[in-house]
Design a protein around this ligand. Structure first.
Ligand code: ZN
Length: 160
C-alpha cells in the first residue's frame, strides 16, 4: 500500500469515527477524546479511556459497528494500554464541545505532571471560583462540582 493510499484510508477512518459519540457524553466523538491513536496499515489502534469504566467496552463495540457499517470490516481494532490514556489527549475541539455541553474539561497538563488538579472552570460563566462537591458525578469518570459565583452544579472530567 502506498503512503498516499494509507493516508486516505486513515482519513476515511477518522471521518467515520468522528461520528461515533462517546457513550456517556454524546456531544464528543471518540476522535475528540483522543481514544483513536493511530491507523497502522489495516489496524486501528485505540486506547480506552477510564479502565474499569463500563463505557470503554461500549466504545469498542460502537467503533466496530461504525466500521462495519462503512464496509470496513477488514479493519482490525487493536487496544493498547501503553501509554495510558490521559485527559490531555482530549482535543481542543473536544474541550470546546464539553464546555458547550456544560461539563468542565480537565486542566491541561494536570495528568502529565501529576499536579494537583487546578480549580475547575465553570462551563457556564467561566469562573474559577468553584468547589468540588463529590468525587463522584453522574458517572464514575466525572466529579460533581459547583460554581460559587453562578451557583450552578456541574460535572467535571476527572484528570488522570
Ligand atoms: Zn458559574
Amino acid at each position: 500500500m502506498s503512503a498516499i493510499a494509507e493516508l486516505s484510508l486513515k482519513d476515511r477512518i477518522l471521518e467515520i469515527l468522528s461520528h461515533v459519540p462517546d457513550p456517556e457524553i454524546p456531544c464528543v466523538s471518540v476522535v475528540d477524546l483522543g481514544i483513536v491513536r493511530e491507523v497502522r496499515g489495516t489496524t486501528l489502534v485505540i486506547t480506552p479511556t477510564y479502565t474499569g469504566c463500563p463505557a470503554t467496552i461500549a466504545i469498542e463495540q460502537d467503533i466496530r459497528a461504525a466500521l462495519d457499517r462503512a464496509s470496513m470490516s477488514l479493519i482490525k481494532i487493536e487496544t493498547t494500554l501503553s501509554p495510558p490514556w490521559t485527559t490531555d489527549w482530549i482535543s481542543e475541539e473536544g474541550r470546546a464541545k464539553l464546555r458547550a455541553y456544560g461539563i468542565a474539561p480537565p486542566a491541561k497538563g494536570a495528568a502529565k505532571h501529576s499536579l494537583r488538579e487546578a480549580p475547575a472552570e465553570c462551563p457556564r460563566c467561566g469562573s474559577l471560583h468553584t468547589e468540588e462537591l463529590s468525587r463522584f458525578g453522574s458517572t464514575p469518570c466525572k466529579a460533581l462540582h459547583r460554581c460559587l459565583d453562578c451557583r450552578e452544579p456541574f460535572d467535571r472530567f476527572k484528570c488522570h
